[in-house]
Write a protein of this length. Structure first.
Length: 212
């Protein structure tokens, strides 16, 4: 069975663009990290910016454009926050059901309080622009809706091997979370719900509420 290369679309909107611009602001806010040279945190920050920009660039290369929704009406706003909350609840439940010992993310030990939470949002937004706005529809348009969610979730888990090594519990959570976020992105045809959910998960994890 063949699939239309443009059947599944994950669009940008005012919310996703606002969070993306916030990432740039957070990057500049934390620019003082470079004063200490190329530390782990500096390298990780630059890497996340590259990941985000690569996702946006590949969308342009493969489709000739970045799909976007110019306006968000009341019903769409309700849909965005409904699915954001749903994704967050499922991921939180997964975190609660699977016991993990959380390693400290590379370079983030030097961050505390607000800076750590801002960095958590920074990472979530950058990853969503790559994994949900680009990778998910890329796979879905080739192997279908379910296949796209599974493949994107698997790729998301492989991507985290550098941070979590072979800890199967954590990688299982990452894989399931990736599938949930991919499902939400394809279901709503926009990246903002998964971006919001991922940002809340990371923000909560940075506050010690649960692992994310």
């Amino acid at each position: 069975m063949g699939f239309d290369s443009h059947q599944y679309v994950v669009r940008q909107d005012a919310i996703s663009w606002s969070l993306t611009f916030l990432v740039g602001a957070i990057f500049l806010y934390n620019s003082a990290i470079f004063l200490g040279g190329w530390t782990d945190l500096a390298i990780t920050s630059v890497f996340m910016m590259v990941v985000m920009m690569f996702g946006l660039l590949m969308n342009i290369v493969l489709t000739g454009k970045v799909d976007r929704d110019e306006s968000i009406d009341r019903n769409e706003t309700q849909e965005i926050f409904y699915f954001s909350g749903l994704a967050f609840a499922v991921i939180a439940l997964t975190n609660w059901m699977i016991p993990v010992v959380v390693p400290v993310a590379l370079g983030t030990a030097v961050l505390q309080g607000l800076n750590l939470r801002l960095y958590a949002i920074f990472v979530a937004t950058a990853e969503e622009q790559f994994f949900r706005a680009f990778v998910t529809p890329f796979f879905a348009n080739r192997i279908g809706f379910a296949g796209g969610c599974i493949a994107s979730g698997a790729f998301f888990a492989v991507y985290h091997l550098g941070a979590y090594k072979t800890d199967l519990n954590i990688l299982t959570i990452v894989f399931l979370s990736g599938m949930v976020l991919s499902y939400i992105a394809l279901k709503t045809q926009r990246v903002s719900p998964s971006m919001i959910a991922h940002a809340i998960v990371n923000f909560s994890a940075a506050g010690g509420f649960f692992w994310g």
